[in-house]
Write a protein that binds this ligand. Sequence first.
Ligand code: UD1
Length: 340
Amino acid sequence: MDKILVTGGLGFIGSHTVVELQNEGYEVVIIDDLSNSSEKVLDGIVAITGKKPVFEKLDLKEKDKVEAFFAKHSDVKGVIHFAASKAVGESVNEPLKYYENNIGTLVYILKELRKLPSAGFIFSSSCTVYGQADELPITENAPVKQAESPYGNTKQIGEEIIKDTCKVSPNLKAIALRYFNPVGAHESVEIGELPIGVPQNLVPFITQTAIGLRDELSVFGEDYPTPDGTCIRDYIHVVDLAKAHVIALKRLLEGKNKSSYETFNLGTGTGSSVLEVIKSFEKVSGKKLNYKVVGRREGDIISAYADTDKANNELGWKTGLSLDDAMRSAWKWECKVRGK
Ligand code: UD1
């Protein structure tokens, strides 16, 4: 079976994707620098799949090590590239860290892929490239808007770099997957999200509040022009998201892609407000969540949810899990991690 490199394969979305790749029989090699993950995640992957992927601790910023890696693994047929920094606020304060981590390393990998006889490349992009879209749901044709942060900019520039490289590399095919809001955990609760420090994202903040790690959740604004006044997002279960990566990779390996560079939205197609997410959590956990409405968070868009037609019809992928499923698994995971 084909050998696939997963960078950032011990992270939240990466580890779930490794599981799905191994379930499909792929031989997986993981690169991770452990900056925001732990080697223990490997045990979770083994517990689910019964197979231990090859793991190399490697910092992709070290160009000579990246070269050496590809010299050793010249039989790699595909790369799913998750490794990146992803804290929006931090990126504003440390832009160069983000450009080096997210752009520098992308260039190094693409340079190596150009040397291979053929390669498929899957890039973790984000719905953040659309900013506040003028029309909802958001299709892949919606214009890319001026990025709000260096993090968002690295996703936009990353897409451009890949597109330009594919144009001049007959051996290279790529897909950028634009994720909406990934949440939840594997149903086995062997793997899940492990945010370091105070979580910035809604769902880990909810579960940490419910378990007693945080006093209360701040709901950022209830005066938005939405039905209940809170912001709307498209929360997608991480297992559905992981499966989309395997389907996208197969599309490239089997030559079913329509052009050498494609983009797909990965979302459920349904928008949920912050209050709806809280309600879902309360329903599946049976716990009342302590929360308070505060002012708006700077930089938040009002509403974003995916038009899923292209992913459904062209990629042949659909979500199978609901927001309730995601909240249930996120809660089970939080309880397990905290030993409760
Ligand atoms: C954020 C990033 C986005 C990134 C994504 C990765 C910002 C502005 N955007 O998206 O670029 O791709 O994470 O996962 O940081 N909320 C609360 N209280 C909280 C936390 C969040 O009310 O404590 C609300 C937010 O206002 C928002 C929703 O929950 O309406 C989701 O927030 P979050 O999980 O941070 O995701 P995004 O802002 O959509």
